[in-house]
Design a protein around this ligand. Structure first.
Ligand code: G6P
Ligand code: ZN
Length: 588
């Protein structure tokens, strides 16, 4: 089959600037004629200018990309268009996930395992989907991670100067699409020839799961996990929130590990995620939370888990018990070498957490005598640590956890870590009926290392100027250096009060102004920062952490344990006076 290349004029669109989460906009914005085309053409114009992109040398090996998304509204249409743009822009081959679906961690795995030049992921992560909601497009490079600034700056330059895009056409078809006949429904290779350049263009529909599942099988002991699922006193509930991980959950938990089909909830990917927010937390996954609570469901499973729209975030629950992401990271690191073959064989020399993430993992790394790093918020800051071998496991309070097996967060990986810990504690060790569950494992962890109570208050859609004024006020407060009010409440002196600065230990780059923190001598912390991902106004995040070693106080309710600190943090920040907000929009 042959196609022609057509050049179409286009005017640059405002605001096609991307960060590490790509270009995220309303579907309506993407639906403007030429909008998606202008952006994708800009990427294809930029890549040859970027050293190491795989497109920078005429004689480079095959320019192969992988393409897929989380199945949200506009996914299919975008895939069709991107294939036509790729064909007209020197791409040799595009691997497309079956039905256009690929979870974010699978894209990262496919790029790395197959040595591809990169990948295009169609997702707006945990944001809602549908005609009135969000869409996104993100480029990942050949290490499997999101394009860094050295790429996105060139993308942006091109979006401002773009005047035309090149697209494959076939005048003999009704809609001009030369690929309209191909089916994404099953794996198959399609070959085309460009009449203009005489070069071959291949579309290969691939199984969305094979590469990723093979990788997970190399990391975890699936045999042992199967034994866990064989126990009559163990059951699991996995909620995909109608995101892309549904089919992966079915394949991994049910087909590979033998979980009962009833273990799956909301595992059918839907274009609008069933109208919900595909974000795994106590607010948006409330249905799962109540099903896992024995007070509300006598048949509550031992283990509950969820992931977000594109599969990079995770939430972990026991019976009526929520594991904070900060604790999750700490417990995974503590058990990694015992419970997970990948770390048993490959070792574990370090772990990392973002600065606002509670410091529970630091206690574990200290005991294991391994590295620990505190980075700014944003997965990209872990990249150098992972690639240089300084750290293998990373996590953030925002429900992201992963390791150096890929360069993205990985929700299913985190869930398999917890299943591995449960298997390690139970299989061949506990008699049926005395299952050691999530809560016991976490409480034992607290008894050994102490407990880091943690909460995050989000004040969404604040007036941006007011939010900046509040931050300026707090900076001034830090300059004055009189912390008597804080110290009276906490009962310990402030030992660090600054605007967090991070120096990357690998490339020595410096990231400044990453959040205002007050650290007390007993390990308690108050942190304020403005979210980097909010879309309207400014989202203020207030993070509160308290470290408790006294077992008499360890099992208190989080809100109660932190109430003093929350109160004094609001007092010194004057958040209400600056923003007019009397309560947070979300508490996690
Ligand atoms: C995304 C990023 C994370 C980050 C989170 C919250 O999920 O991948 O690395 O922690 O957003 O960021 P924010 O700036 O809104 O606190
Ligand atoms: Zn996500």
């Amino acid at each position: 089959m042959e196609f022609d290349i057509k050049t179409v004029s286009v005017e640059p669109f405002e605001g096609q600037k991307t960060g590490t989460s790509g270009l995220r906009k309303k579907v309506r914005v993407f639906q403007q004629p030429g909008y998606l085309e202008a952006f994708v053409q800009s990427v294809f114009c930029a890549l040859p200018e970027i050293p190491g992109s795989g497109f920078d040398q005429p004689s480079a090996e095959e320019r192969v990309l992988v393409l897929g998304g989380d199945g949200r509204y506009f996914n299919k249409e975008a895939i069709r268009n991107i294939l036509r743009l790729a064909a007209a822009n020197n791409v040799n081959r595009v691997l497309v996930g079956q039905n256009g679906l690929l979870c974010t961690p699978a894209v990262s795995a496919i790029i790395r395992r197959r040595n591809l030049a990169g990948g295009i992921i169609l997702t707006a992560s945990h944001n809602p989907g549908g005609p009135e909601a969000d869409f996104g497009i993100k480029y990942n490079t050949k290490d499997g991670g999101p394009a860094p600034e050295s790429y996105t700056d060139v993308f942006y330059k091109w979006t401002r100067q773009i005047r035309e895009y090149r697209i494959a056409v076939d005048p003999s078809t009704a809609d001009g699409d030369p690929f309209s006949e191909i089916s994404l429904e099953r794996p198959r290779v399609y070959e085309f020839l460009s009449r203009d350049t005489k070069s071959r263009f291949v579309i290969e529909v691939i199984d969305s799961m094979d590469d990723y599942v093979s990788l997970l099988k190399e990391i975890f002991d699936f045999q042992m996990l199967r034994e866990l699922f064989r126990r009559s006193d163990f059951s699991m509930l996995f909620d995909a929130l109608h995101g892309v991980t549904g089919p992966y959950g079915k394949r991994i938990f049910v087909e590979e590990l033998g979980a009962a089909p009833e273990s799956l909830r909301n595992c059918q990917p839907l274009e609008d995620f069933g109208g919900g927010h595909p974000d795994p937390n106590l607010v948006y996954a409330a249905d799962l939370v109540s099903r896992c609570d024995p007070k509300q469901n006598p048949n509550a499973p031992q283990f509950g888990a969820a992931s977000d729209g594109d599969g990079d975030r995770n939430m972990v629950l026991g019976r009526g018990f929520f594991v904070t992401p900060s604790d999750s990271l700490a417990v995974i690191v503590a058990y990694a070498k015992d419970a997970i073959p990948y770390f048993r064989k490959g070792g574990l020399v370090g772990a990392a957490r973002s600065m606002p993430t509670a410091s529970a993992v630091d206690k574990v790394t200290a005991k294991l005598k391994i590295n620990v790093f505190e980075t700014p918020t944003g997965w990209k800051y872990f990249s150098n640590l992972l690639s240089s071998g300084k750290a293998q496991i990373c996590g953030e309070e925002s429900f992201g956890t992963s390791s150096d097996h890929i360069r993205e967060k990985d929700g299913l990986w985190a869930i398999l870590c917890w299943l591995s810990i449960l298997a390690y504690r139970n299989v061949g060790k506990t008699p049926v009926g005395s299952f050691i569950g999530i809560q016991q494992i976490v409480e034992e962890h607290w008894k050994e290392y102490g407990r880091n109570f943690f909460t995050r208050y989000d004040y969404e859609e604040c007036d941006a100027v007011a939010a900046e004024r509040m931050m300026a006020h707090l900076r001034q407060y830090q300059e004055n250096g009189d912390y008597a009010v804080l110290e009276r409440v906490v009962g310990h002196p402030v030992i660090v009060a600054d605007d967090f600065t991070y120096t990357d230990p690998v490339d020595h780059s410096v990231a400044k102004n990453q959040g205002l923190r007050f650290v007390f001598a007993n390990g308690s912390r108050i942190v304020f920062r403005i979210s980097g991902t909010g879309s309207t106004g400014a989202t203020i995040r207030m993070y509160i952490e308290k470290f408790v070693q006294d077992q008499a106080k360890m099992f208190a309710d989080t809100a109660e344990a932190l109430s003093d600190l929350i109160h004094v943090a609001l007092q010194v920040s004057q958040l209400e006076a600056f923003t007019g907000r009397t309560a947070p929009s979300v508490i996690t």
